[in-house]
Design a binder for this molecule. Structure first.
Ligand SMILES: [Zn+2]
Length: 575
């Protein structure tokens, strides 16, 4: 199937679709050393053994052995064919696919969506009374309902579908817009039924997707249901209400980010118009990039509960990678902005935003409040509770300023805190707060398929070659298959040599992908995922040491052979 598309197009899509961006739009990834980790979406597990390596653009699960590149991930996760996965990634990246005729012009989807939004809006006017009651309960004014084009999807199997077909829209086009799905009998049925509908509108005021909130208490589906990804809708890039908030954010030089549609709507209604919702996904780098165009000042509003804190920590990390330092405002646990506004009005929300600060500052203040820092024990506890977070701050200057702040608040000298940080392993990003911290980010390699224990040296050598294949032409030019004792590493080396002969500039990814043996391929991926950051000095030492041992081994063998030879000669002489 890959033959449908030219290789350079496949390469371009792969280059444009960052593996971390793509995978994190499906599952939450946590930074862990050079990799990102998660609980594997392809097998059930408690601790994360799913690894993504951004430098190599590959992923690998140490638990089930699955792995590959960004396209294979999408194929597996979406249960798609290669061309479909490629098309999805190309669409995300804005790369036109020559063979996908529809892909060249998706404007018809906007038209269908607009038609659907109008339909839902009309349905709201004649909706059953419980719909109106719900809107009243959420205190939405008629102006707000109109502004956000809130609608109602009737409790019928195919009301929208029939309406669109009457408008001469083909079933295939309706499906492409994500508005229908197939019934168990194989007929198209409306995706949204008996739900309050929130059209998702892009910055150019085009309807790109829909969110539907369940109204019935006994609703079997999720509380919120979103459109699937379509050629015009990319979940991880979209921010709800950005069409209204963009201009305001630029003018105010500040944008606030909340989690749900209803929160954004309630805040807009109360006069906070520079508010967007990340709705449906954890805050992503793509969303951050989109906001960066309007202002660098991000204020993120989170629920003060455990999940909210984790989301805040994660969002701070995502933003930091794009050089953005968001302020974080934590609401009282279990209270969302919508509740807050209803109970305390705009002033209550204003107060929360006023107290927004960088997440680390917030944590320091929390700790100083939680522990009694007038006592030596309390001071020590406060500092100790913050060590894991402090040790994850990558920038030395930033870390020093937080240490300074903590020193100031507790009276413990900054040098003492700094010393403690150096002896602290960073909290494993995936460990929920207050739970034991896994000791290593990368789980050990699966039991190798060989009897003889391999020397770690051989493994390091293979890792170095994978990391920079061209060492086989340089310092490792003299490396021969028989220098390796582990049969599996010999086979890998053999494959590398063959591949490099065909393609001198081959990358690690190409060396792995071109391997015809699936088992070997998986083990190569595991080795490269495990590889630490390229450290030339360390690699040089390992190579020299390995070659020296090999050569001295040879000398020893030669010596033994010599002795034997001499003994034989002596015997011969005696005869
Ligand atoms: Zn797995």
């Amino acid at each position: 199937m890959a033959g449908l598309y030219p290789q350079d197009l496949i390469d371009r899509v792969r280059e444009a679709a960052d593996i971390v961006d793509v995978i994190s739009s499906y599952i939450p990834l946590k930074k862990s050393g050079a990799n990102f980790t998660a609980r594997c979406p392809f097998h059930t597990e408690k601790s994360p053994s799913f690894n993504v390596n951004p430098a190599r653009q590959i992923w690998h699960c140490f638990g089930c052995g699955e792995g590959g590149n960004v396209i294979t991930f999408v194929m597996k996760h979406e249960k798609m064919s290669f061309p479909d996965a490629l098309a999805l990634l190309a669409t995300r990246a804005g790369i036109p696919l020559p063979r996908d005729k529809e892909g060249e012009d998706n404007s018809y989807i906007y038209n269908i969506n607009k038609e659907a939004a109008d339909f839902y809006q009309r349905q709201l006017k004649t909706a059953p009374s419980f719909v109106g009651e719900y809107i009243k309960k959420r205190a939405l004014t008629p102006e707000t309902v109109e502004k956000f084009r809130i609608g109602y999807a009737p409790d019928a199997w195919d009301a929208l579908y029939r309406h669109l077909v009457e408008r001469k829209i083909t079933p295939k086009e309706i499906d492409k817009a994500g508005l229908t799905k197939l019934s168990s009998a194989g007929n198209p049925i409306d995706r949204f039924r008996n739900r309050l509908i929130f059209p998702i509108v892009d910055e150019h005021n085009r309807v790109i997707a829909f969110g539907g909130r369940a109204l019935a208490d006994d609703e079997k589906g999720p509380k919120y249901l979103n459109s699937p990804e379509t050629p015009v809708y990319n979940k991880s890039r979209v921010l709800y209400a950005l069409n209204f908030a963009a201009a305001k954010a630029r003018a105010a030089n500040r944008i606030m980010i909340v989690e749900g549609y209803m929160d954004a709507i309630a805040l807009h209604q109360s006069g906070f118009e520079n508010v967007v919702a990340s709705s449906g996904t954890a805050f992503t780098a793509q969303q951050c990039r989109a906001l960066k165009r309007y202002t660098q000042n991000l204020v993120m509003i989170f629920d003060g509960d455990e999940a909210g804190r984790r989301a805040a920590a994660r969002a701070t990390e995502v933003a930091a990678e794009l050089d953005i330092r968001p302020s974080v405002a934590m609401l009282p646990a279990g209270v969302d902005p919508d509740d807050l506004i209803k109970q305390g009005g705009a002033a209550a929300f204003e107060e929360i935003v006023k107290n927004a600060r960088p997440y680390m500052t917030y944590l320091i203040e929390q700790a100083c409040r939680k522990f009694d820092i007038t006592t030596p024990e309390g001071k020590a506890d406060a500092v100790r509770s913050l060590l894991p977070e402090l040790s994850t701050i990558a920038g030395p200057i930033e870390r020093a300023s937080y240490v300074e702040l903590l020193a100031e608040r507790t009276g413990i000298p900054a040098t003492a805190i700094g010393g403690q940080i150096r002896s602290t392993t960073p909290r494993h990003a995936a460990a929920p707060l207050g739970q034991p911290i896994p000791r290593t980010a990368v789980p050990p390699t699966p039991p190798p398929r060989r009897v003889r224990p391999a020397s770690p040296m051989e493994k390091w050598i293979i890792q170095i070659v994978l990391d920079s294949p061209q060492t086989l032409d340089g310092p490792l030019a003299s490396l021969k298959n028989e220098d390796l004792e582990t049969p599996e590493y010999r086979r890998m080396l053999e494959h590398f040599r063959l591949e490099l002969e065909k393609n001198r500039g081959a990358t690690a990814g190409e060396l792995i992908e071109s391997c015809p043996d699936a088992g070997l391929k998986g083990n190569m991926r595991a080795l490269i995922i495990e590889t630490r950051d390229n450290d030339n000095e360390r690699n040089g030492i390992i190579i020299n040491d390995f070659l020296a041992r090999r050569d001295s081994g040879r000398i020893r063998k030669e010596n033994i052979a010599d002795k034997k030879q001499r003994a034989i000669s002596n015997l011969e002489r005696k005869e």
